[in-house]
Ligand binder design. Structure first.
Ligand code: ADP
Length: 848
């Protein structure tokens, strides 16, 4: 076969040649058989009658038609014509009559074979009352009856014999011949070889004994009677009766085939003796004896054939019954065996089952293949062969390879009928999906459609398919269990799976380790109830236990999908912080997965980071202050200069002869005012560079902006930049750390001031604006018309990102972390008309 399943040309040629040889041999065999039958028929003819006493050719043609497919019937019939013409023309009959008689012979065969084919379920079998009755009615009686009208007509026309005489003679002759020849020929052709090969030795011996008996009786019958003794003559004349017990023996013991051969033999012997007035018929007129003999033989053998068929039917029913019992016992054993076996021990189970199947169904070789993931490549799960059938089994494995689906695609069985054996490939399917293939090879059973073997194998296949399907499902489950537990034990956090009631179904190793290390809910191991364990912890003075039990309880009850909590468990390793998370299990029976992560180290690291961050922020503030030294000095210088000149003025006033005390008092107030201003500057500066500043509370953002702008005012003057403050008039109170927010504003304004590269230039300005959005948000914008961001504005928030020669690149990154810690956002953009805007938004504090 080629890949697409079509026959390749050399193979096609070979098949055609084989078919030709087959047709030729059928044709030759039919011709020869017809010829032989006609020779016998002519020998059994009375000298002055046209029809023979027995005329086998018609029965032979009927048998040939029953044994061959209808499409080659014309060939079979035409093959008989030369034999017919050759023999009958020799009788001196006109050729037209010879051809007409051939036509009537054919019509009888066609009526008989066609009719039986039409009505019988198995026209070549004679093993049931129904089939034999149809045979008798159609082949033995109807076909000769109908065709004899034509035949008698032809004979009466051409040879001018009496119509009804010819009709009667032909009817009895052909009825007898059909009754004796057709079953014998058909059964020998269909089951002769198998009987010879497979029947028991005792059956062969019995058949031989029967044949010997026939021979004995035949010799006895054909022997000439003693002319002088009347009693002996009478006994001899009744000698043909000895055939009767032999026929009964055959009917009872040898089945319809044995009976028909015996009847045929007896009929030929007796009829030939009668026709030739031989033996017991010596001296009798053949015309008188033959008709009586025909009637006798028909009347005796037809009921005997019925009896033989009934006995055979009973025998087959018994065989079927015992087969059925064996099969049922086998099925029960197989199902029982597989129900008890776990999937990992099924391989051994399959091997044993194959042996049981082979032995119970009398097979030579049984194999089981399981399909892998591809559904085409199969793995041999097991095989068994009867003693001496090893080679057959190996040949089958080679033929099937790994791809039985190529031979048996789909869910229907495939039958390979070879000369020496029959193989059945039975796909094992569950829910229309083929899971494997059972291959059975037998050297004895025919396995065509409707055969017992095929039906039995179908049932066996169903049991195996179920077992295979269970194995595949269990394997998959086992694999998934293994994967699940591998995943569970590889997890670095403790996992507890609980059912709807909170009873622990499974836990992973890490959880058990955590129990041991951290002293969590002590009894929360498999089997315990997680909720009770948590509550018992709570009774020992750990308040988290109750909270955890309640939270997990809401998830189990289905009120919430998830619960998270964070608890501190005292342990011998000190306090541990555990993050607990319970997630509902999405399955009908409910339950939850509870994970426990020891976040102690993470929390510690976060604390460290926060401390380091504060440290850094402080350093950054001090550095900023350092940079502002000149401007702060300038801010301090003003009041100090004022104090000095006012003090000098006051001294002068007081040194005057008439001191103006009122004026001196005002001067002193000015001095006090200047001192207060200097003090403010120093307080602001000290506040700003204070290290420990972590205090949260309401902060007036507008005030912060004001303070910072005042702190930077001198610096702005030095840089020749005008700072404008714009408030929308609404209070912008946020909740947070005042110093941290000051630092953010300071960073942004200092950056804005520093963005003016050259000291010169006009209209250099920074606008600091605050805007409230409704009752929720406040936005602060620091807008400059300086150089704008050289780097992408968003990247300026990354730590150590700076374009300034002496810069640290920390200002914006600290500003962002502070704003985000205050639940706000910060962003930077370049203005379309030059310069940059950096703005942040913070949630407004809720008013009491
Ligand atoms: P530093 O000021 O020490 O460089 P920052 O984090 O405060 O660190 O600023 C990072 C960088 O962002 C600055 O070097 C500068 O290039 C840029 N930048 C910040 N603000 C502005 C601004 N208003 N205009 C132009 N560039 C700015």
């Amino acid at each position: 076969m080629t890949a697409d399943g079509a026959l390749s040309t050399p193979t096609k040629g070979r098949t055609a040649a084989r078919e030709l040889v087959r047709l030729a041999s059928i044709s030759v065999a039919a011709g020869l058989a017809y010829y032989a039958g006609a020779v016998i028929g002519l020998w059994l003819k009375l000298p002055d009658a046209t029809p023979s006493v027995m005329w086998p050719p018609n029965a032979i043609l009927t048998s040939a038609l029953l044994l061959t497919p209808t499409r080659i019937w014309p060939l079979v019939l035409m093959s008989a014509l030369p034999a017919h013409v050759a023999l009958e023309a020799r009788q001196g009959w006109p050729i037209a009559m010879v051809l007409t008689l051939f036509g009537t012979n054919c019509s009888e065969a066609l009526l008989a074979a066609g009719g039986l084919r039409r009505f019988s379920d198995a026209p070549t079998r004679f093993d049931s009352l129904h089939r034999v009755s149809l045979f008798l009615a159609i082949v033995v009686f109807a076909a000769p009856f109908i065709s004899s009208f034509l035949d008698a007509g032809a004979v009466a026309l051409f040879l001018e014999e009496r119509y009804w005489k010819v009709w009667t003679a032909r009817l009895f002759s052909n009825t007898l011949t059909a009754l004796t020849v057709v079953p014998a020929v058909v059964m020998v052709a269909t089951s002769g070889r198998r009987w010879l090969a497979t029947a028991a030795r005792s059956q062969h011996l019995e058949a031989a004994a029967l044949a010997a008996g026939m021979l004995l009786v035949a010799t006895f019958v054909l022997r000439a009677p003693a002319p002088d003794r009347m009693t002996a003559e009478l006994a001899d004349r009744a000698g043909i009766a000895w055939f009767l017990p032999l026929m009964v023996w055959a009917a009872v013991r040898m089945g319809p085939a044995g009976l028909s051969l015996t009847v045929l033999g007896a009929a030929l012997v007796v009829v030939s003796a009668a026709v030739h007035a031989h033996g017991p018929f010596e001296g009798l007129s053949p015309e008188n004896t033959t008709l009586a003999l025909q009637v006798f033989l028909i009347v005796v053998s037809a009921p005997l054939l019925v009896v033989a068929a009934l006995i055979e039917e009973r025998r087959l029913a018994q065989i079927n019954l015992s087969r059925q019992l064996i099969l049922e016992a086998l099925l029960a054993r197989l199902s029982g065996a597989f129900v008890q076996l776990p999937s990992n021990r099924m391989w051994a189970g399959f091997n044993d089952s194959l042996r049981q199947i082979g032995e119970a169904l009398d097979l030579d070789c049984v194999m089981l293949f399981e399909y892998g993931a591809t559904d085409r490549d199969a793995v041999r799960v097991g095989s068994w062969n009867a003693a001496g059938a090893e080679e057959l089994c190996d040949a089958m494995v080679r033929r099937v390879g790994q791809r039985p689906a190529d031979i048996a695609p789909g869910t229907e069985p495939a039958v390979l009928d070879e000369e020496t054996h029959t193989a059945v490939l039975m796909p094992l399917s569950v829910d229309e999906r083929v899971r494997g293939v059972l291959i059975c090879v037998s050297r004895r059973h025919p396995a065509g459609p409707g055969s017992h073997l095929l039906e039995q194998l179908r049932l066996v296949a169903r049991v195996l398919a179920n077992a295979l399907s269970r194995k595949i499902t269990e394997d998959a489950l086992r694999a998934s269990e293994a994967t699940k537990s591998a995943i569970l034990s590889s997890l670095t956090y403790g996992v507890v799976v609980v059912d709807r009631a909170g009873d622990i179904i499974t836990v992973n190793e890490r959880w058990l380790q955590m129990l041991a290390e951290t002293g969590g809910p002590v009894s929360a191991a498999p089997g315990a109830n997680y909720l009770s364990a948590c509550r018992s912890v709570s009774r020992t003075g750990e308040p988290w236990g109750e909270a955890a039990a309640t939270g997990v309880g809401t998830v189990l009850a289905g009120t919430s999908r998830e619960f998270r909590g964070e608890y501190t468990w005292g342990s011998r390793h000190g306090q541990r912080t555990i993050a607990l998370r319970a997630v509902r299990l999405d399955r009908p029976e409910g339950g939850a997965v509870i994970t426990h992560v020891d976040i102690t180290d993470q929390r510690r690291a976060e604390l460290e980071a926060r401390r380091a961050h504060a440290e850094l922020a402080h350093v950054s503030r001090v550095a900023t202050m350092g940079a502002l030294t000149a401007s702060i000095a300038h801010q301090l210088n003003q009041p100090l200069t004022g104090i000095l000149s006012n003090a000098q003025a006051a001294r002068r006033m007081l040194a005057a002869p008439e001191p103006d005390l009122e004026e001196a008092r005002r001067t002193l107030e000015d001095i006090m005012e200047d001192d207060r201003r200097a003090h403010e500057v120093i307080v602001r500066m000290r506040d700003f560079i204070r290290k420990d500043s972590s205090e949260s509370g309401p902060v007036d953002l507008n005030r912060v902006l004001n303070d910072v702008v005042r702190l930077l005012s001198s610096d702005a003057i030095i840089r020749n930049v005008a700072i404008a403050l714009q408030f929308d008039g609404r209070p912008a109170v946020v909740h947070g750390d005042c110093v941290q927010l000051q630092q953010v504003v300071l960073n942004l304004i200092v950056n804005a001031l520093e963005s003016f590269a050259e000291p010169g230039g006009r209209n250099r300005r920074v606008v600091v604006r605050s805007n409230c959005f409704g009752r929720d948000l406040v936005e602060v914008q620091v807008i400059d018309n300086g150089s704008g961001f050289i780097v992408p504005p968003e990247s300026a928030f990354e730590a150590l990102q700076t374009t300034k020669p002496g810069g640290m690149g920390l200002g914006l990154s600290i500003a962002r972390s502070i704003i985000e810690a205050h639940a706000g956002t910060i962003r930077a953009t370049n203005n379309p008309d030059g310069g940059a805007t950096v703005s942040f938004r913070l949630p407004l504090a809720r008013r009491p």
